[in-house]
Ligand binder design. Structure first.
Ligand SMILES: Cc1ncc(COP(=O)(O)O)c(C=O)c1O
Length: 408
């Protein structure tokens, strides 16, 4: 049984006077930070806010913390530390990858993108195809359900396809895509696979090693951590990608794909979320002796709690006369608690009404512009999005339902 009180006690936001009484339902945009993250940042800013990796003790400590973040996340994700890169955000990481991939793509090649993705994992690859004279192929969602079907991907693949990009989960529809199968199909065709895990990682820390994607991207500020993008690049691909940093740094693994000067404090504090995951594993006496096993065990607890809260909410919304849930209304293990509603009243108005009732929610297209168009919706009008994570309580979901009933 998930110890919700313990989890909530690890988030200072729940005892902050400014947030008291508010139900937080815009977690897909960015989560609260756990106490471990805040303490780690505070520690860096007070104890070691110096330039890292020099000879004096504070510089050495800071450098060690930054290295340790890589080790911690590699353990949780089933990777090697040199496969983990921290950049300013997922959008920025994709932008740098777009440049790095330019050497790998040329005229006659093909790139597969989806219209389900957030623009971060779409625009970059569309621009790359155009710049390199490659053919762009769009793997389109079913217009009713918003689902991406594997058979449609299979039809697009051929030896000319060099790159397949897809989301692990849509930030609008909340359903997990079959990433391992997507990657397998891409690899069988001889293509690389780039997966955007931003919307899935907050709900289940992925086994990136096992999923097999050549690149896996997600944003730590949505996973209870610092505002950084984590980019996993598997070794064989990393070795093929040209250096994107200063020429004299070409031999430095951490700088090759992150041309931005690193935010030392945030990189140093990035690993604190893995400590929080370990705290949860210990609290629940999970018998798991590897970091990956602990991440998997804690993810299973998160998923069970989220699904138990999601089921009655989805059920109620599915029957509501003045709202339409986009995508699936089944609360199973592959459904993240991210719900988007097409509503009679303007979504922005509804979000403002909810705010009057102490509910934090968002309205808009959430940068999934192409998906809303594919679903026949006006992206400028957008949707009302409600999203929660493992620290959300049944009482908060109840108050959301009451507030929604009043405003819809
Ligand atoms: C699914 C998805 N991908 C990518 C991004 C972009 O992430 P970042 O804000 O770190 O650039 C977001 C942000 O909302 C997202 O939801």
């Amino acid at each position: 049984m998930f110890d919700l009180d313990f989890a909530r006690s690890q988030f200072p936001a729940f005892s902050a006077p400014a947030l008291k009484g508010w139900g937080f339902f815009e977690n897909a945009g960015g989560s609260y930070a756990c106490a471990r993250t805040i303490a780690a940042l505070n520690d860096v800013y007070t104890q070691m806010k110096v330039q890292p990796y020099h000879a004096h003790p504070a510089a050495r400590r800071l450098g060690e913390r930054m290295d340790e973040s890589r080790v911690l996340w590699a353990g949780a994700l089933g990777l090697e530390p040199d496969e983990v890169h921290f950049g300013p955000s997922t959008s920025q990481n994709a932008y740098v990858l777009e440049r790095a991939f330019a050497d790998l793509i040329g005229p006659g090649d093909e790139i597969v993108v989806t219209n389900q993705d957030h623009e971060a994992n779409s625009g970059a690859w569309r621009r790359l195809a155009e710049a390199r004279g490659a053919k762009l192929k769009e793997w389109r969602v079913e217009p009713q359900s918003g689902r991406l079907l594997l058979e449609h991907l299979a039809e697009l693949l051929s030896p000319r396809v060099k790159l397949v990009t897809a989301p692990h989960c849509s930030n609008i529809l909340g359903r997990e895509n079959p990433v391992a199968e997507i990657v397998r199909l891409a690899h069988e065709a001889g293509a690389l696979a780039v997966i955007d895990g931003v919307s899935w990682a907050p709900h289940a820390i992925p086994d990136v090693g096992a999923l097999g994607a050549d690149v896996y991207l997600f944003s730590l500020y949505k996973v209870f951590g610092v505002h950084q993008g984590l980019m996993a690049v598997r070794r064989p691909l990393f070795e093929r990608l040209p250096n994107q940093g200063h020429f004299f740094n070409a031999g430095l693994n951490a700088k090759r794909l992150v041309p931005a000067g690193p935010d030392h404090a945030q990189v140093a504090a990035a690993g604190a979320v893995v400590d929080y995951i370990d705290d949860l594993a210990a609290r629940h006496a999970l018998r798991a002796d590897s970091p990956r096993a602990r991440a998997a065990g804690v993810s299973a607890l998160w998923r069970a709690h989220e699904t138990a809260l999601l089921a009655p909410l989805l059920d109620w919304l599915a029957r509501h006369p003045r709202a339409r849930v986009l995508g699936s209304t089944e609360a199973d293990a592959r459904r993240a608690p991210t719900i988007s509603l097409a509503t009679e009243r303007a979504p922005a108005e509804l979000a403002a009404e909810l705010a009057k009732r102490s509910i934090m929610a968002g309205a808009g297209h959430f940068y999934a512009y192409r998906l809303l168009e594919a679903l026949g919706l006006d992206p400028e009008r957008g949707v009302l999005r409600l999203s929660f994570v493992h620290y959300t309580s049944p009482a908060e979901v109840d108050s959301l339902m009451k507030a929604l009933d009043a405003v819809l």
